[in-house]
Design a protein around this ligand. Sequence first.
Ligand SMILES: Nc1ncnc2c1ncn2[C@@H]1O[C@H](COP(=O)(O)OP(=O)(O)O)[C@@H](O)[C@H]1O
Ligand SMILES: Nc1ncnc2c1ncn2[C@@H]1O[C@H](COP(=O)(O)OP(=O)(O)O)[C@@H](O)[C@H]1O
Ligand SMILES: Nc1ncnc2c1ncn2[C@@H]1O[C@H](COP(=O)(O)OP(=O)(O)O)[C@@H](O)[C@H]1O
Ligand SMILES: [Mg+2]
Ligand SMILES: [Mg+2]
Lengths: 295, 112, 112, 112
Amino acid sequence: MADVLSRARAAFLGVAVGDALGATTEYLMPEEIRRLHGVHDRIVGGGWLHLAPGQVTDDTEMSLCIARAVIDAGGWDLPGIADRFARWMKGKPVDLGATCRRGIRDYLLKGQLETPPNEWDAGNGAAMRMVPVALCTLGDEERMARLAVAQARITHNHPLSDAACAGLGRMVQRAILGASRAQLRAAAEELCARTPAFRFEPYRGEASGYVGDTVRTVFHHFFGTGNFRDCLVATVNQGGDADTTGAIAGMIAGAHYGRKGIPERWLRRLDRRVRDEVEAAAGRLVALSPAAGND
Amino acid sequence: MKKIEAIIKPFKLDEVKESLNDIGVQGMTVSEVKGFGRQKGHTELYRGAEYVVDFLPKIKLEIIVPDDLVAQVVEVVEKSARTGRIGDGKIFVTNVEEVIRIRTGERGLDAI
Amino acid sequence: MKKIEAIIKPFKLDEVKESLNDIGVQGMTVSEVKGFGRQKGHTELYRGAEYVVDFLPKIKLEIIVPDDLVAQVVEVVEKSARTGRIGDGKIFVTNVEEVIRIRTGERGLDAI
Amino acid sequence: MKKIEAIIKPFKLDEVKESLNDIGVQGMTVSEVKGFGRQKGHTELYRGAEYVVDFLPKIKLEIIVPDDLVAQVVEVVEKSARTGRIGDGKIFVTNVEEVIRIRTGERGLDAI
Ligand SMILES: Nc1ncnc2c1ncn2[C@@H]1O[C@H](COP(=O)(O)OP(=O)(O)O)[C@@H](O)[C@H]1O
Ligand SMILES: Nc1ncnc2c1ncn2[C@@H]1O[C@H](COP(=O)(O)OP(=O)(O)O)[C@@H](O)[C@H]1O
Ligand SMILES: Nc1ncnc2c1ncn2[C@@H]1O[C@H](COP(=O)(O)OP(=O)(O)O)[C@@H](O)[C@H]1O
Ligand SMILES: [Mg+2]
Ligand SMILES: [Mg+2]
């Protein structure tokens, strides 16, 4: 169980690290990144959001909203999650995507917990906040898949977003529970067989906020590297929606390589309060999960 | 979708933006305009004589919103822009037939 | 209610306002804009060479009026803003669905 | 007739005007506005601390066009104004009930 806890913490820390690292190169093209940073592999802030070094964005903050709601309620609490999103939105976060804003506003003003289906909802805004969902349902893949879609639908209602949330959640859970690289590859192939938009070979370098690009980018760089650092560096140097591809790559790579896999110098530069809260939340979420003996 | 256009006193801009932010509305376009109405302009000294400037600086806000948000946005702007003294301004609601987000080509409600 | 928007030559503003006052219309919102059209911009000297600035400063008037005043207000603006030379400008009439006076909360015709 | 209003990044004005000229659209009215949205403003130093200005200068274009030109003009503005980065802006289409050319009194399609 100690290993499980270490990998769970690393998965959540991976989100924060990938977010902070990738935010510097968000919306840049690979050639621009090369020109400005050579190889970008340090947490330095900046980027289009003028971040302080180690500052995180909506990817980590929305994940923390879900974590706090579940921890406070001692279990799943969808209205609680939506309330946290609304409170966070009013606090003028450093960034908030248009699709997420609309869904949160419709909850705030109309109490709506599920946004209507929309062809434009195939963004990665729901998939990027999957780590707390994976942790609090650890040991029950069916429950994870159901709650993954429920939380997604607060802001995103599209089959590709649903598939990404459930599929990525499954990979994270299996990695935390000790799956081998080959087993993770098989899980990815199975997901891609069901959802052709996620097929990542051949990889064409598309790394936008469209969830198809995001999943392909994450899979390509996770399976194309052998450690946490190389995975994240490759991912964020691809540019595009780099903080989100970085966060999701960090989630999977953290879950697989564990706490020791995350470079200490990156952890040291993370906002201290965010890092402490993420580590504590990961433990408490796993403690609430079926894997810890709950049902 | 509707366009909500508000002419307000310039010092009220921050308060109106804050109140709109509290209901999740952040996007808007603002311009500096001159208002003529019942409120008198200030007096100015020019070549030794005092005269009344007949217009007052105002701020115009333009906010495109989905139909189901109009009442709420109007109410929020009204309440936060009001001082109760002449010259507080006006709100106009007009119909918008199409909206396009230039960056992505999104149309309609997804564009705002 | 309708919004009457007029793009006019800047020096015509006082004359147009006077003529509107004469028919009892006093409230309006004015802004400085740049006009592009058939009228050529002025020439400017820059680093010793003369070049044509391709826009001209214009004034935009926005006047919200009750439906039954539209024809009269359009005519008054048209006549007072006209010089007969290219660039005199344009008047646009659009529908306004609701008007609110911020100070009092009055709506519709009582708001203008 | 419709009014096409576009909020665009200021450096894009020349390119958008060129592209509109290429499809025979030359008349328009332009103003300087401030945009609030997701795009971050520049950073400023104030009392030793760095903070982000929350608005960005934008250009507003207003182009009155006949109904049958709307789709084409929207497409041209969209394509020429796009950079693909946040803050590119928005296009709004609203209905215009009447247009008058001040110089001649021409109305409707002959006025634009
Ligand atoms: N008919 C109108 N059309 C457009 N704008 C108007 C009109 N009347 C007033 N305004 C705008 O509203 C502002 C406030 O109007 P004013 O008559 O001074 O006070 P109040 O709205 O409090 O009665 C004016 O400065 C002007 O910008
Ligand atoms: N299609 C249009 N849409 C919006 N404004 C226009 C349009 N055409 C002209 N204008 C405005 O009207 C002004 C006068 O137009 P111009 O073509 O110079 O002369 P005229 O109206 O006398 O024929 C321009 O400077 C511009 O502000
Ligand atoms: N609801 C709105 N109503 C009016 N103007 C808006 C609205 N939302 C955004 N804008 C204008 O569009 C500009 C760009 O918006 P922004 O959110 O920064 O990026 P993007 O359009 O690329 O998503 C803003 O600076 C503002 O001028
Ligand atoms: Mg982000
Ligand atoms: Mg992102």
